[in-house]
Write a protein that binds this ligand. Structure first.
Ligand code: ADP
Ligand code: MG
Length: 254
């Protein structure tokens, strides 16, 4: 493989006596869509949480372009080029879509509060960049007609898209999506899959994806890592994963 953009090495996470992740290693190629799949409780969300500094590691390392990410405080992770969504999204109902997307820009703000309040040139320049990014992200996800809508009035599918858009507004190099199409119907899922692919092309993104929808995983991903009971049981191209007897047994047994 070319030099991985993101690499997990020997990740181990314990909750009391439960080993939620046990020596998990995998490498994500730059520009790829890489899926992490596995039965419920396999450790997929824990893996994302461990990689983004939300859960402490009992052992292992995470590297981004070769540099240690596991020692970076969680609020700084996004500055290193890693943004994520959460499995159970919580967006404040009263905020508009545009507000939520601007929140995604927050960590990039350099002009101080005073400069912003006085609308000094640096702050005005930043504001313009923010607006440009918000607009182009909204367009690619089909949210441009909803920028002034409060999140609370949106149907579920658009709320999920708003959450993805917020993460994209950080202009990450790597985007981690935890079950982005959960709760959507087939047509919505396929459409969102297409948008994710377009984001990869347009923004040169790498996508790490936890997803239950097997059809989507197989059609969208370049590479698949399979977890079961906190361990990697397979790591391969999707067409090989589909035929792997160990993977098939894991799903039938679940
Ligand atoms: P998945 O996302 O693959 O469905 P999770 O990563 O959510 O699985 O969970 C993996 C295991 O870790 C499960 O046994 C779950 O109960 C446990 N677990 C996850 N998060 C916590 C937590 N915050 N505290 C205690 N146990 C947890
Ligand atoms: Mg999960």
């Amino acid at each position: 493989m070319v030099e991985p953009i993101l690499q997990a090495e020997g990740l181990t996470v314990r909750f009391g006596g439960v080993v939620a992740l046990d020596d998990v290693s995998f490498a994500v190629a730059p520009g790829s869509i890489h899926a992490v799949i596995g039965p419920n409780g396999a450790g997929k969300s824990t893996c994302f949480n461990a990689m983004t500094g939300l859960y402490p590691l009992a052992a292992g390392t995470v590297r981004m372009s070769g540099e240690r990410l596991d020692r970076v405080p969680r609020h700084r992770i996004v500055r290193r080029g890693v943004a994520r969504t959460f499995q159970n999204l919580v967006l404040p109902d009263a905020l508009t879509v545009a507000d939520v997307l601007r929140l995604g820009r927050h960590h990039r703000t350099r002009a101080g509060l005073l400069a912003t309040a006085l609308a000094l040139p640096a702050a005005r320049r930043e504001r313009r960049t923010d607006d440009d990014v918000v607009r182009s992200v909204a367009e690619i996800l089909g949210l441009e007609g909803h920028l002034d809508d409060p999140v609370g009035v949106l149907p579920y599918g658009l709320r999920k898209k708003t959450e993805i858009a917020r993460a994209l507004c950080a202009e990450p190099e790597v985007l981690l999506l935890d079950e982005p199409v959960a709760g959507m119907n087939d047509a919505e899922s396929r459409a969102l899959g297409e948008r994710i692919r377009e984001c990869r092309e347009q923004f040169g993104l790498t996508v790490l994806l936890v997803e239950h929808d097997m059809e989507l995983v197989m059609s969208l991903s370049d590479h698949v890592t399979v977890l079961q009971s906190g361990r990697v049981i397979a790591d391969d191209r999707p067409e090989r994963i589909q035929q792997d007897p160990v993977v098939i047994a894991a799903y039938l047994g679940a």
